[in-house]
Structure formats: C-alpha cells, structure tokens
Design a protein around this ligand. Structure first.
Ligand code: NAD
Length: 498
C-alpha cells in the first residue's frame, strides 16, 4: 500500500502529522494507499516555500515564465496517458474520460502560455498636458487552491497555470480522495524547470484548509467543491481579508422543447447525465420535458440508451462508465433512487442492484432514470452527484423556465430545440452562468471563463480566461509627468486637466 505525502520546494516531503486518510481503488473496493493529512505546521512550511519563491518568481521576465509554461505543456502532452491512468486508478472514471479531463486542463496551460497578451496593460498618453497614465496588473503573491475529487487534474489546472503565469506562487490542497494526479502535475512542473517553491502541493483535510484560510501570507484562495463548503470557504477567506472565488455545487437542467430532435436530445441527456458516473459539476441531472408527448417519447429513448450502457472498471476499454468514488457515496446516491418511488416518482430504470462480475466489492452503481419528478422530492432538491437522471414534466416553456430559475443553483443549463427565437429567449432569461444551446455540457473553452451563478459560485470572479487573469492580479494605475523645473510651481488646488 503506497503512502502519499506532500510536494514542497520541488521535492517530495513525507507527512509528519501522523494523520492519514484512505485512498481507495474504487473499481476493486480495496484500499490502494493512504494520504498524509497535513497539520497547520506543514501548511506553514508550504506557504513559507511559496513566499520565498515569490521574491524571485514575481520578477521573472514574461519570456522566462512563458518558456517554462511551454515546456510544461510538452511534458503534460507526453505524459497525459500516465496522468489519465492515475486519475482512473483513484477516481474510477474510464480512461477515455480521464484523457478528456487532461485535455481540458491542457487548454488552460495553453492559455497561460499566451499570458503575455493578457498582461499587456493599457497606456493613455497626454491625458493632460505632459501627463501619461498607464494601467498595469501585478501578481498578488502566494495564492492557494483547494480542489474537489471529481476532476483531480483538470480543476487544479484551471487554477495554477494562470496564477503562476501571472507571477504568483501557488499552494495546492487537492482532494484527499484522489491526490496522486495533483502530485504528478507538480512533479512535471519541477521537471519543466519551474524554480523551487513556485508550485507546492500539500495534502490534507479541513485542518489544512483552515490554516490556508487563516495564513497571513496567503493573498487569495480559489476553491472548487460542494456548496456548503464553498460558502464556508468564502466566508472564512473574507474574514481573513483575502480575495476569494469559491465555486460550489450544481443541479443542471436541460430543457427539451417539443420541436427538438428527440434522438439528439436523448443522446445528449444520457451522455451528460451518466458520463463520469454523474460526478461532474456540469452533469445534466434534470431533464425538463415540455409537453406530455415529448416527455413520453424522450423518456423511452433515454431509458433504451441507459439500459445499454456498459459499466465496469475504468481501465477496461469496453467500459463506458466506472464506479463511484467511495462506498459511502454509492450508498448515498442509491438512497435517492430507493426513496424516489415512495415520494411519487416513477422509477423507469433502477440501477441500484448492479454488480460487476469480478469486481463485486467495487463501488459500482448502475444508472437510474426517475420520471415524473417534482420539485418537492429529495431527488430533485438535492445535488445527488451520481448516475441518476430526473425527468420533470412541464406544460410549456414559461413553466419550464420558471422551474429552472427557482433552483438555488445556477451553474449550467441547456436548451434543446430547433426554434432559434426560443433558444435566444432562453439564453437571455435563464439564471445560470453557462448556457448550452443544443450543447448539454457547456464547459467554456480556456479563453472564456468558467463559473456559475447563485449558490454555484461565491465571489465575483469566474475561473480561467479573462476572469482568471483578473483574479490572480491586482490593478495599479501609474500617472507620469516629467515637468521642466522652470514650469513647476506650488498649487494647492485639486489637480485637474489642462
Ligand atoms: P467537497 O466540498 O467535499 O471538497 C472539496 C475540497 O474541500 C476538498 O479539497 C476537501 O478536502 C475540502 N473540504 C471538504 N470539507 C471541508 C470542510 N468542512 N472545511 C474545509 N475544507 C473542506 O467536494 P467534493 O465532494 O470533493 O467534490 C464534489 C463537489 O464539488 C460537488 O458538489 C460538485 O458539484 C462540486 N464541483 C463544482 C465545480 C464547479 O465548477 N462549480 C466543479 C467540480 C466540482
């Protein structure tokens, strides 16, 4: 059984707290390793490394920073299979999906390779006679990232490439459930030549997070995880005077109008609901079907496709969906399916009885489809974060959009239709940060920013893209004048423009 430690100053550092958490192989149900859970003193050591590194890194030329990022990109491309295999081993998602996660993370490294363009600043000459004004953006110092289990490589890659490219140094606290991918990301950064202390990984749980929030040398915190923790992180960071962006949970709705191509819509719903076993913040977890006929036809098509999915270990190329992250999480997800009928839902596909031959102890759960779900039911009200798709019936577009907008979350939302006018209305009216028109999982590309509304994001900035650059830098405006001594005079009036 392997023991996983930290990575500070470009070196592996064993845990010293004596506390460990289990790391499972979700496909076998066996414990594959244990991860060190950092004490406050160990967090302090990582922050100290980042503080020391920032003294020189902040002054590195853009040319040197981007040369390292280009090299890092090459290493990630070369080692992407290995990274994906680590993700599959600890998270459980199928290898192809893990490769997709790495590819989407690489997009942000590529964005960071082009940081020169984003940090150009602005100059206004002769704003007043002999006066120029420049707006520049500078790094914050040490920033921390706290990331969830469901994208163990991509979500860290949403954060540190942009932060580092902007001249900050970084302390990453990955999910303790699947920490190895983050460690490989840091090892590759060291191999690429990033100086010691620029990217540090400290493993841990709440204790480590609370120290990062309180540490006076941490200037900003990027968080991605569940809504209750996101809310607490936001509050804690603000109390300590830090800049914070805290992305939370979701319940993403996909609206299907009667004029949609129902085969296209069913393919999209099944892919977006059950991909990565539903453990995606952008998973479609609710389909809102407009009209009884649409609902009946759509449910039949989704059920047919759902029953045909191949569920098995993530490293088997035949598997389309892998196991859930832990046995407890599987039980929690299954409880929503078991309780749904009693609350009045129609259980069209029940995946709770699934066993995978040869992997009986793995954390597998079949896919489930619940029809005629209403907003009072637990399966609708909670983020289940598993392979359970709810179908809600709505009479018309107005009823559907009212339902979607009554959700406390506002991460992603999609509409499936061939009616451009209604699609346009939807994109303006829906209360969500990311909208898909005939696209079920509208995760923005690297040069647009990612983020939800309402309880899906606490803070002002989305991640990566323009918002990422703004989050990891602060603005400074420099007003310059080179007066001739002969023209200089005392003037107590407030400066104005001439
Ligand atoms: P989580 O909130 O349990 O954990 C996220 C991180 O916070 C982990 O690093 C964990 O160690 C830490 N943490 C957990 N409890 C804490 C506490 N009480 N105090 C301080 N830190 C704590 O989330 P998870 O289960 O790892 O991930 C799944 C959740 O993340 C889902 O709700 C999903 O929707 C959400 N998510 C959101 C996005 C997004 O972009 N909005 C993306 C991915 C995942």
């Amino acid at each position: 059984m392997k023991t996983i430690g930290h990575f500070i100053d470009n070196k592996p550092v064993p845990g010293a707290s004596g506390r460990f958490g289990p790391v499972w192989d979700p496909a076998t149900g066996e414990q594959a390793g244990r991860v060190a859970l950092a004490s406050a003193a160990e967090v302090d050591a990582a922050v100290a490394a980042a503080v020391a590194a920032h003294r020189s890194w902040g002054g590195y030329s853009l040319a040197r920073r981007t040369a390292l990022l280009f090299r890092y990109r090459e290493l990630l491309v070369a080692r992407r299979d290995e990274l994906a295999a680590l993700i599959t081993a600890e998270h459980g998602k199928v290898h192809g999906d893990a490769l997709g996660e790495v590819a989407r993370g690489l997009e942000i490294v590529e964005l960071a390779c082009g940081i020169t363009e984003k940090l150009k600043g602005e100059l206004s000459t002769q704003v007043s006679t002999g006066v120029d004004v420049a707006s520049i953006r500078q790094p914050l110092g040490v920033v921390a990232g706290i990331t969830p289990f469901n994208f163990p490589a991509m979500v860290p890659l949403w954060m540190f490439p942009v932060a580092i490219a902007c001249g900050n140094t970084f302390v990453l606290k990955p999910s303790e459930k699947d920490p190895s991918a983050a460690l490989l990301l840091a090892e590759l950064a060291a191999e690429a030549g990033f100086p010691e202390g620029v990217l540090n990984v400290v493993n841990g749980d709440r204790e480590a997070v609370e120290r990062l929030l309180a540490h006076p040398d941490v200037a900003a915190v990027s968080f991605v995880g569940s809504t209750p923790v996101a809310r607490a992180i936001h509050r804690g960071a603000v109390e300590h005077g830090k800049r914070v962006q805290a992305l939370g949970g979701a319940k993403n709705h996909m609206l299907v109008l009667p004029d949609a191509d129902l085969d296209v819509a069913a393919d999209a719903a099944v892919s977006a609901a059950y991909g990565s076993a539903g453990e995606r913040c952008m998973a479609v977890s609710v389909v809102v079907a407009v009209g009884e006929e649409t609902g009946d036809a759509l449910v039949a098509r989704i059920a047919e496709r759902a029953r045909a999915l191949v569920i098995g270990p993530g490293d088997d190329p035949a598997s389309e969906m892998g196991p859930l992250i832990t046995a407890e999480h599987r039980e929690k997800v299954a409880s929503y399916v078991r309780g749904a009928a009693a609350q009045g839902a129609e259980v069209v596909v029940d995946g709770t009885g699934l066993t995978v031959p040869g992997h009986e102890a793995g954390f597998f759960l079949g896919v489930s489809l619940l029809d005629r779900v209403s907003r009072e039911m637990d399966a609708y009200r909670d983020e289940i974060f598993g392979p359970v798709l709810c179908v809600v019936r709505a009479g018309d577009y107005e009823e559907a959009i009212a339902l979607i907008n009554s959700s406390p979350w506002g991460n992603g939302s999609a509409i499936f239709t061939r009616d451009g006018g209604t699609a346009r209305r939807f994109q303006l009216e829906v209360e969500a940060g990311m909208v898909g028109v005939n696209v079920p999982i509208p995760v923005p590309v690297g040069y647009h920013s990612f983020g939800g509304w309402k309880e899906s994001l606490f803070g002002d900035h989305h991640v990566y893209g323009e918002d990422g650059v703004r989050f990891y830098t602060r603005g400074k405006v420099v007003t310059t004048r080179w007066p001739e001594p002969a023209e200089s005079a005392v003037n107590l009036g407030f400066p104005n423009h001439t």
